[in-house]
Design a protein around this ligand. Structure first.
Ligand code: OTU
Length: 654
């Protein structure tokens, strides 16, 4: 006998569950809202049922029914203004793909002091053309060291140092009034050890039984650690922490990150339900985009890296579908900083499309940009980006140059070898280069997370410091400063021209350098990622319109890139990006097209020297005009386009 298709099982489960849900929906919601809720239930049900049954067993009607009750309760509690956003997003469900989308990423305290004061910064964002504000972790963290807020002690309260939950809801409403969406971090992989779930688990409260992974002795931890990567080998070696109060005689608790961050046990359906309630509660405060932190770590399987396991995708798919049923305006962004072959799955790109996150960080593009800048050579970028699988048409990359984390050199061995690099040697070179140890390096970064056993390390440092701007300022070298600014602009010309949602990292629009002040704070001093998490520099911002200053030059380029991008329909995320092979090793060229647009072509030259490419690279792409370029339209010489050193060109079919 052939087993029935999972979708058939889902259809039968829906038939069983629907009448009761429909009755409740009509009782609790106004007619129109109930009709909408049930339509979404029908649309998304299989995307709930299939992953939930693979996670928690085929007999999951009871659990699914309970999760639907959570979704319905959240819809009932959803404020009227957010239901209006739902209606708008249901009419335009791909809103996050529009070329006008531009994100800005900031720490509330470092950007503005408090949530209340952040209102005063919205003009700055509007001036930049920002439509999406990602505020770094702001839910109430544990006291003391808290990994930049990624150790949450209470998901339903805001860090008192920046404000209250009411302040957050107020800010979200103000942002909506300006057509900006609020994005907030949601840490799903772990809670702080001070979180009530952890306290309840320690106290033996049956409600929280099995909320965390715990082992009485080293047998299982050792078995897992044989294949698990150490995330913070120097600051927090190992992936387990001995907790005296756990169980009868103490236990080893799974802590992938710092010892005070306890990994949740997602094998437990009550963890799933508790997190779902949390997400929907926060969505009802006005958060439109959830950045799902550290998702790859949520599934544990012996003998694997315990990253990117199939369970992770089941969890996120089910969570996503339930969120869509309750609060259709909400979208998910995956923070999965993983190898290129594992990345596309977070956007639902499996053997079949299974909706998962609408957005995911384009870590590979980011890494390739920095690698190309150091080598002045684009061949590795061309090789790896060409090999990346296309993403589902409903989804979108979040492109970025810098973020709050270190840069880990996710360079695929296959790709590195294909262009003649020895993979470990290339990673060593990048570390030496960006930490400024390499002779003649223009970079002023620092090594992060050095692993004495494997020799691996990553890089900290602000974009301006890594691009050579800081070093040029130190030496007072005007030509080097020019080059540094050109590098910073060139990198952003790629992220803003790639299609998808570009994320600008606070301070980069003003070329802010490293900030050493963290060293004076004992809770931060050990973690040099704080060097690239500066305070917003008001004096630098005051110079942003002065073309004679670094800030003025950088800021005006950022604005030009954003403004030009907003008018280019080829940059709508639903189109595809394809890397174009050129005959200059220094050039990265890519083409975009949307079914309703002409072509767009971007070209960047990573070399300080000018270079030429055969103009036939543009053959068949229509009549392309320069819409923005660092040095004006590229001259044509004997059938070759000349690109100035460290230049970018955006071409579009008018
Ligand atoms: C994330 O990063 C956050 O961005 C970090 O700031 C946190 O410290 C961490 O989670 C813990 O909450 O390993 O080096 O594939 O790369 O989740 C940073 C995803 C990290 C991981 C990522 C993690």
């Amino acid at each position: 006998m052939i087993a029935p298709l999972p979708d058939a099982a889902a259809a039968r489960s829906l038939a069983r569950l629907r009448p009761a849900v429909a009755e409740d929906a009509h009782r609790l919601l106004e007619h129109g809202d109930a009709v909408g809720f049930l339509a979404r239930l029908d649309l998304w049900f299989a995307d709930v049922h299939v992953p939930v049954s693979s996670l928690y067993g085929e007999q999951c009607d009871g659990l699914v029914g309970q999760l639907l009750q959570v979704a319905l309760a959240a819809t009932v509690a959803r404020p009227a203004d957010l239901r209006d956003v739902d209606r708008r997003r249901e009419v335009d469900p791909r809103w996050y793909q529009h070329q006008r989308m531009v994100g800005y990423v900031a720490y509330t305290d470092r950007f503005a002091g408090t949530l209340e004061k952040l209102s005063g910064r919205l003009d700055h964002l509007a001036e930049l053309g920002v439509t999406y504000l990602h505020l770094m972790p702001l839910l109430k963290p544990r006291e003391g060291a808290n990994d930049g807020g990624y150790a949450v002690a209470d998901y339903r309260a805001v860090d008192p140092r920046v404000g209250t939950m009411d302040d957050l809801a107020k800010l979200a409403a103000e942002l909506r009034g300006r057509d900006m969406s609020l994005c907030v971090d949601l840490v799903l992989n772990h809670t702080a050890r001070e979180h009530p779930w952890a306290r309840g688990w320690l106290a033996g409260d049956p409600e929280y039984a099995d909320f965390y992974h715990a082992y009485p002795d080293r047998t299982m931890p050792d078995a897992y650690e044989a294949t698990v990567n150490d995330v913070f080998p120097d600051q927090a070696p190992g992936s387990f922490t001995w907790v005296d109060e756990a169980g009868d005689n103490g236990a080893w608790v799974w802590t992938s990150f710092f010892p005070y961050q306890w990994d949740l046990n997602w094998d437990n359906p009550r963890v799933f339900a508790a997190v779902l309630e949390t997400i929907l509660w926060l969505a009802n405060r006005g958060i439109e985009i959830f950045r799902l932190d550290a998702v790859p770590f949520m599934g544990k399987r012996l003998g694997t890296s315990c990253m990117n396991q199939p369970e992770v995708h089941d969890i996120v798919q089910a969570m996503h579908a339930l969120t869509k049923i309750a609060a259709p305006a909400v979208v998910f962004k995956a923070e999965a900083i993983v190898a290129p072959d594992d990345l596309v799955a977070y956007l639902g790109g499996h053997h079949r499309y299974r909706p998962e996150c609408e957005l995911a960080y384009h870590n590979q593009l980011m890494v390739m940009l920095w690698s190309s800048l150091a080598t002045k050579d684009a061949r590795l970028a061309v090789q790896s980006l060409r090999r990346l699988r296309p993403i589902p048409a409903e989804t979108s990359w979040a492109t970025y140059v810098r973020c709050h984390d270190d840069i880990g050199w996710a360079v695929g061995d296959v790709d590195a070898r294909a262009v003649g690099y020895d993979p470990p040697a290339h990673r060593d070179f990048l570390n030496a280069f960006y930490s400024g140890r390499y002779p003649m390096s223009f970079a002023r970064g620092a090594l992060f997370g050095e692993n004495p056993r494997s020799g691996d390390a990553r890089i900290s440092g602000s974009a301006a410091a890594l691009c050579g701007i800081s070093e040029a300022k130190e030496r007072g070298d005007a030509a080097a400063l020019d080059a540094g600014i050109r590098r910073l602009v060139l990198l952003h010309a790629v992220t803003l021209g790639w299609g998808g949602v570009p994320l600008l990292y606070m301070g980069d629009e003003l070329a802010q350098g490293n900030d050493a002040s963290y060293r004076a704070d004992p809770a931060l001093a050990e973690d040099n990622r704080w060097m690239h998490r500066p305070y917003f520099d008001d004096s630098a911002a005051a110079r942003r319109h002065d073309p004679g200053t670094v800030e003025g030059r950088v800021f005006s380029w950022f604005r030009a890139l954003v403004r030009t991008r907003a008018g280019l329909s080829a940059l709508h995320a639903a189109g595809e990006s394809a890397v174009l092979p050129t005959d200059s090793p220094h050039v990265l060229a890519w083409r975009r097209r949307h079914p309703r647009s002409g072509h767009f072509v971007g070209l960047v030259n990573f070399s300080n020297e000018s270079t030429t490419v055969d103009v036939r690279v543009l053959a068949g792409l229509g009549r392309l005009d320069t819409v923005l370029a660092s040095d004006g339209p590229p001259p044509l010489e004997n059938g070759r386009l000349r690109l100035a050193g460290l230049s970018f060109v955006w071409l579009a079919e008018e």
